[in-house]
Design a protein around this ligand. Structure first.
Ligand code: TMP
Length: 213
């Protein structure tokens, strides 16, 4: 989809991928690109993005002795998202800003749906309840072989509750994302994140330029 096909409110861009694929660096690149092209942007992340949603993020990411139920995790993700939408994303879009979110509901499908094995139909129902008509206009999926991404995470040192999962979990996350990208090729731009950073950013800039024609 290109920007011209949409309504005149702001645009909603999301950045997705498994751990270690370089989301932070490329998020900064997207923000810089938008600023240089004269677009007002708000950069945010999930879970999180508002003080209360960041508190829910802490609950979700903390390593703890108590085992966290899969449905607990799913509902907390959507609780954080509901607050994020109400408090930050929807007001920014209404003001005509481009909202760029480091992860959104595709992550819930990939992690809680495909990787944890929760029913995808439940996720669809929660998505409808919390987001109503809102869906991202453009989603970048940074993709690279799981083992290489995992080596990068290991090098970073500290691990949160998700990063402690095994390679098989992240391979399922990756395949879940790729499945979603195949289902919605219009919305997704799959970027080969295993290339040099220059090439990755050239590819991202190309997609953005086509989106904003
Ligand atoms: P981050 O490290 O990319 O900020 O994301 C925090 C973790 O939360 C990451 O391991 C992916 C996970 N996550 C989900 O499991 N479901 C979701 O819906 C979101 C947004 C993130």
């Amino acid at each position: 989809m290109t920007r011209t096909e949409q309504t005149q409110t702001g645009c909603f861009i999301t950045l997705e991928g498994s751990e270690g694929v370089g989301k932070s660096t490329n998020l900064a690149f997207i923000q810089q690109w938008l600023t240089e092209q004269g677009h007002r942007s708000v950069v945010t992340r999930e879970p999180g993005g508002t003080p209360m949603a960041e508190e829910i993020r802490e609950l979700l990411l903390a390593q703890r002795e108590e085992s966290v139920g899969e449905k607990t995790e799913l509902l907390l993700m959507f609780a954080a998202r509901a607050q994020h939408l109400h408090q930050k994303i929807l007001p920014a879009l209404a003001q005509g800003c481009c909202v760029v979110s480091d992860r959104f509901t595709d992550a819930t499908y990939a992690y809680q749906g495909y990787a944890r094995g929760l029913n995808l139909g439940w996720i669809e129902q929660l998505e409808q309840l919390v987001q109503e008509q809102l869906r991202p206009d453009l989603t970048f999926l940074l993709d690279m072989p799981t083992e290489i991404a995992q080596q990068r995470v290991t090098k970073r040192g500290t691990t949160d509750r998700f990063e402690q999962e095994q390679t098989r979990f992240f391979e399922t996350v990756r395949q879940g994302y790729l499945t979603r990208a195949k289902q919605e090729p219009e919305r997704f731009a799959v970027i080969n994140a295993g290339q040099s950073i220059n090439k990755v950013q050239q590819d991202i800039a190309g997609v953005l330029a086509r989106f904003f024609v």
